[in-house]
Each structure stands twice: as structure tokens, then as C-alpha cells.
Design a protein around this ligand. Sequence first.
Ligand code: ADP
Ligand code: ADP
Length: 226
Amino acid sequence: DIEIEINGLSKIYETKNSTFQALEDVSLYVKNEEFVSILGPSGCGKSTILRILAGLEEATSGSVKVAGEEVQGPSVKRGMVFQSYTLFPWLTVRENIEFGLKLKGVSPKERKDISDKYLAVVGLERFANSYGKELSGGMKQRVAIARSLANNPEVLLMDEPFGALDAQTKQSMQQLLLDIWKKEKTTIVFITHDIDESIFLSQRIYVMDARPGKIKEEINADLQLF
Ligand code: ADP
Ligand code: ADP
């Protein structure tokens, strides 16, 4: 039961007077309900892999499949959480969580049930009617996670989601994410440049080389500690 399968992925960025190869022959897989991280230094191409998986960018060559289908453009089936907070400032926490459901035409009653569930999952029941500017960084990331999960995604794609948080908040968010993963059984691809974070969170780690955007090794990190 493979959920994500990338084969021979290359990405060349073309700018006005140069080309830049960001990824070269990347192959990886993620099993259903697995928590995998992609670890590597800044600029090695981690975000590029995630953006291609998300359908936000096109591969130059290679195959990228999620749930057996070639990725073509973005979809709420692939939930995304970025480092920088992407809440809609004019919407409340609850409205942010319900945003994608509203677009899909889910009824108000069902939307409320779903947002109630995920407000509880991330522990933000008391902040349902708050706006982003009233929330701390960690709380905003909780909303971003709840908003992704509310769409019942096949996979959750996370690009350094805790990179901007202070150490203590980061630690509690990591624990929260692990708890959610165990309970919700979401398939997660998590990008980080922090080796401790990748070991703490994930079952398997793909380690990337700085140049030229290649996977160097695969580490089994399932320490069975929890
Ligand atoms: P990481 O996430 O590991 O920091 P990225 O995937 O963001 O790395 O970037 C990989 C490399 O590709 C970097 O050298 C970056 O400057 C380059 N790059 C990323 N996006 C573009 C783009 N749109 N055009 C040109 N180069 C890019
Ligand atoms: P971060 O350092 O936060 O990972 P990124 O490297 O992902 O930032 O870059 C943020 C945005 O800038 C992305 O949309 C990426 O495509 C674009 N970008 C990154 N490097 C370049 C580049 N060399 N030329 C053009 N766009 C780039």
C-alpha cells in the first residue's frame, strides 16, 4: 500500500539567462499512514519536491504519483502546511478551518461538526471566533494543521512548519503532531533541515545532498519509543 511514489524526478529552473538543476533523479516512496521526513541543508531542493508533490510546480521529468494517480495541479486531497502562516486574516479560526469545506459545498451543519472536531484535535476550542492576529505563532500553525485535516487529505505535506517557532513551542507542536498522526492515521511528508526533529518525528528519513539535489541515503528512524 504505497501512497506516494516518485520515480526519476528532475527539476530544472529556467530563468532569463541561466538554467539551474534543483533536483536530479530523485526517487522515493511513502507508504500509506507512514510518517516520512526529507532532511537536508537549505537549498538542497526539499521544498521543490514538496511543491511538485502538491502540484504547485511541474516536474521537468520523472513520475510523481499520489494514491496511484499522476499529480496534475493542486488538490485539497494533498493538505499543505508551510513555515509561514497562511491563515486568511479576515476570517476567524473556525472560518479558516471551514474554508475548503465551504468551497466544496459542504452544508453549514456538517462544516460545524467537522470544524468542532478539528478545533478539539488541535486544542483551540476556545479560540474558534478569534482572528489570526490574536494568535501566537504556534496557535496559527495549529489552525493551519486543523484546516488541512478538515479536508480529509490523502497526505499531509509539511514544509518546515515549526521552523519559525521558539524552542519550547516547537517541542509541544512536535508532540501534538505525533499525537494527531497516531490518532488520525494521516500519511505525512515532513520537510526539515533539523536532524533531531526528523528523528523525533518520522519513521523513515530521506537525506538529501546539497548538490545537486539528490537523495543521499534513506534511514530507518522508527525507534519504537512511543
Ligand atoms: P530547500 O527547500 O531545500 O531549501 P528549495 O527546493 O527551496 O530548497 O530550492 C532548491 C534550489 O532551487 C535552491 O538553490 C533555490 O534557490 C532554487 N530555486 C527554488 N525555486 C526556484 C525558482 N522558482 N527559480 C529558480 N531557482 C529556484
Ligand atoms: P525558503 O528559504 O523559505 O525555503 P524558498 O527557497 O522556498 O524559501 O523560496 C521561496 C520562493 O522563492 C519560492 O516560491 C521559490 O520558488 C522562489 N525562489 C527560490 N529561489 C529562487 C531563485 N533562485 N530564483 C527565483 N525564485 C526563487
